[in-house]
Write a protein that binds this ligand. Structure first.
Ligand SMILES: Nc1ncnc2c1ncn2[C@@H]1O[C@H](COP(=O)(O)OP(=O)(O)OP(=O)(O)O)[C@@H](O)[C@H]1O
Length: 551
């Protein structure tokens, strides 16, 4: 047979048969190898389906050989085993079997079946080269309350598109809420002998994949029910204080390490429950003296007086004493600054140098509505100093307000941690949680009056706000807490034991009109910390309200 002619550029070359066969064989081998790899990838990805198919084939074979009775035996054994498992460890049965089966079912019936249609109608499909590029549904994981969908975005999209479509997606898949989580997955902490190996695996499993995001559909809203108080931890972990519950039924743990907390919420929306939940989580530290709570209740003790024994210092009736307390906190902070300077950057609480938490129930009463302008200025300055320098020195401020506008809470921007309970105004959400927080799903203005204690918060590593509900601590539990975890008497001497001498306020910039000290930024004392310019603008040095930007 003549050798075949092969086109090479403009020439026709005669190719010998052995060469043609070799090239063809290599080509077929390469195709076979690719097909095999693809088969293995699909089998690994859908290993559950492979398992089901294998079981069905074996079952059919067994039926042909032995009839029904082996199946009956297996069914009775499985049912018995499941019964014993349910009896001994219901939680693990749910987690490992029931929720996985529900996940498989919902993936196929609810999500896969309608995926193309919903993605198209919600505007998440991209057109390219005459075809369509859909988001890819990679997995569905169910918890008792949520369905968590892992999705790979098509090229040309970012999570912002999904934030905008979140409500459409929720209603399309028959849910009320859809949360978009686009943060990097966080690997669990590992310990033990094999920790190094697990960390290596986690490094691959939890690597950053910016094209992936999670859509969390709330199937059953667990936050409609009141959250019971968590047990008091035997030693408070300041990085994770249990204070409430998240939508996915996980414990919501607040990080109170080197941060100040601002709680915003309309009246009767549960600001008190945030404060009491936090105090409950700190209670054992309060009893041991590791934590000192200094409380200010400008509402005449209506909120905090009931737990008086928990507080090392407490004022609810005298504005001047409130200002004095804040000045003392500043003095304590500056004393610490002298000791710690050049040694550590973050203070570690001990019983000798405890964590001081200044709790203020209604901060707007001190900053905006206090009639005495001198006292107001003095309080604003003390708070400004605490907020700008106290976090690393273990002097923290936890304050609640009904109105987060800057003209009311001039020091708002110095609170790194914010909590948005039910708010009256749409615009207040972004003021509290940061620009764009409402667009990313923090609908705090839509929290109904019937849901006090429900709030939006920012979790570590997640750009999208999460919805949580704080534990409700009834009055009798607060009384019991106060009786069981009373604060020991203060051992630290008063930082400024000199008796207060009244100095006329108008003529002396460093007095407050009531004998207390005022940290006036100008003229600066030697070593005195200066206020940042943004706070200087917010101060009401002339006794008139700051009429600047209300944001
Ligand atoms: N976490 C919660 N779970 C359920 N109900 C709560 C919760 N927190 C508060 N409540 C209910 O809401 C009512 C008002 O709560 P709370 O006094 O804490 O609100 P507030 O925002 O501090 O009000 P105010 O602005 O008057 O100080 C409480 O009496 C309680 O019945």
């Amino acid at each position: 047979m003549r050798a075949p002619l092969v086109n090479f550029r403009r020439f026709q070359v005669a190719a010998p048969w052995p060469l043609v066969w070799t090239v063809t064989a290599l080509f077929l081998l390469a195709r076979l190898a690719v097909a095999l790899v693809r088969f293995v990838v699909v089998a690994v990805r859908h290993w559950r389906m492979v398992l089901v198919v294998a079981v069905v084939l074996v079952a059919v074979d067994v039926y042909r050989s032995y009839g029904w009775w082996p199946h009956l035996l297996v069914a009775v054994t499985v049912a018995g085993g499941a019964g014993v498992w349910w009896w001994r460890g219901r939680e693990s049965l749910h987690r490992l079997v029931v929720l996985r089966l529900i996940g498989l079912w919902r993936r196929w019936w609810v999500y896969r079946r309608q995926w193309h249609e919903v993605m198209s109608l919600c505007g998440l499909v991209k057109k390219y080269d005459g075809g369509e590029k859909l988001p890819v549904l990679l997995s569905v994981r169910c918890t008792h309350a949520t369905d968590e969908l892992l999705v790979r975005m098509p090229r040309g999209q970012n999570p912002e598109v999904y934030h905008k479509a979140a409500r459409d997606l929720a209603h399309s898949f028959g849910s009320r809420h859809c949360r978009v989580r686009s943060g990097r997955p966080i690997a669990p902490p590992r310990s033990g002998r094999l920790a190094w190996l697990l960390r290596l695996v986690d490094g691959i499993r939890f690597r950053d994949r910016p094209r992936r995001l999670r859509l969390v559909f709330i199937r059953r809203d667990p936050l409609r029910q009141i959250v019971k108080p968590w047990p008091v931890p035997s030693r408070p972990d300041f990085t994770a204080l249990p204070v409430g519950m998240r939508e996915d039924l996980a414990v919501y743990a607040l990080r109170l390490l080197a941060t100040h907390v601002l709680i915003g919420g309309a009246t009767r929306m549960g600001k008190g429950s945030v404060i009491w939940s936090l105090l409950r989580a700190l209670a054992s530290g309060i009893r041991s003296g590791l934590v000192r709570v200094w409380a200010i209740d400008p509402k005449g003790g209506m909120e905090l007086a009931i737990g008086r024994a928990l507080f090392s210092r407490y004022v609810d009736d005298d504005w001047t004493r409130m200002a004095d307390m804040l000045d003392d906190a500043v003095a304590r902070m500056r004393a610490r600054q002298q000791v710690l300077r050049g040694k550590v950057r973050v203070h570690t609480p001990t019983t000798d140098e405890p964590l001081i938490v200044v709790v203020i129930d209604e901060i707007a009463a001190l900053l905006a509505f206090l009639p005495d302008s001198d006292l107001r200025t003095r309080i604003t300055q003390a708070l400004g100093l605490l907020l700008t320098q106290g976090a690393g020195l273990g002097v923290l401020v936890v304050a609640a307000t009904q109105d987060p506008r800057k003209e009311v809470v001039s020091v708002r921007d110095f609170f790194p941690t914010r909590i948005a309970l039910g708010l009256t105004e749409r615009s207040h959400v972004d003021l509290l949680l940061g620009e764009g927080a409402r667009d990313r799903g923090a609908l705090a203005d839509q929290i109904p009056l019937s849901a006090p204690g429900v709030a939006y918060v920012l979790l570590d590593g997640q750009p999208e706000p999460a919805r949580v509900r704080f534990s409700f601590i009834p009055d009798d539990v607060i009384r019991e807490m106060a009786a069981t975890f009373p604060a020991p008497p203060e051992t630290q001497p008063d930082p400024d034991p000199t008796p207060a001498r009244p100095v006329p306020a108008a003529r002396n910039g460093n007095s407050n009109g009531a004998g207390g000290r005022t940290y006036r930024p100008s003229p600066p004392k030697q070593d005195a910390p200066l206020l940042p310019p943004s706070l200087l603008n917010a101060l009401d040095l002339n006794g008139t309200r700051n009429g600047g930007d209300p944001r």
